[in-house]
Design a protein around this ligand. Structure first.
Ligand code: ADP
Length: 170
């Protein structure tokens, strides 16, 4: 076994529409105990109606946010998360837990993923308390109404949000 065979690769899946400081906080916490993290932007999301950004735009924004962080890779994925994990040699999934309201869905998904691919484990991380109320949908809503999202997303994301709603209004 070579050293790279032993490196711990985690997958952090989500819709990231767009990536917020809450997501970034989870990635940084995860990097404390894994060697590499693949941020997996889902093409298909079961609990999301319509996206604001295209998958390509979401991937680009996540890449821009983590530019310079060599241990982070960003990919779009289709289909089952466990298949994506298997293809990338990972059996560690990372999810963020904001509140009790996230728990039921997350717990169900964790057990289902383990059923689909035995050996896959999900690790839940709690964000810094200042991000525990933050969601991408709230950020989209605030931006759509012309509010400031500076406290919730990176400047690159804020600029894209402003441009997106300007383009929609024209
Ligand atoms: P959202 O619910 O904001 O649309 P995603 O579907 O992209 O987010 O979520 C991907 C993962 O990130 C999920 O595990 C979700 O619980 C977690 N997450 C989202 N926002 C936060 C946050 N503010 N703090 C911690 N975890 C978060």
């Amino acid at each position: 076994m070579t050293p790279s065979d032993r490196s711990r690769v985690a997958i952090y899946p989500g819709s990231f529409d767009p990536i917020t400081y809450g997501h970034e906080d989870i990635v940084r916490r995860g990097l404390d105990f894994v060697d590499r993290m693949i941020i997996a932007v889902a093409r298909t999301s079961t609990h999301q109606k319509r996206g604001l950004f295209t998958i390509e735009e979401r991937v680009e924004m996540v890449r821009e946010v983590f530019a310079g962080e060599e241990r982070v890779e960003v990919k779009a994925f289709d289909g089952l998360l466990v298949d994506f994990a298997r293809e990338h040699g990972s059996r560690l999934l990372i999810r963020g837990l904001r509140a009790v309201s996230d728990f039921e869905y997350e717990f169900q998904m964790a057990l289902m993923n383990r059923k689909l691919l035995p050996g896959v484990e999900t690790v839940f991380l709690a964000p810094d308390v200042q991000y525990s109320f933050l969601s991408a949908s709230l950020v989209r809503e605030i931006a759509s109404l012309g509010g400031s999202v500076d406290a919730f997303v990176s400047p690159v994301v804020r600029d894209r949000l402003v441009a997106k709603f300007r383009e929609r209004a024209s």
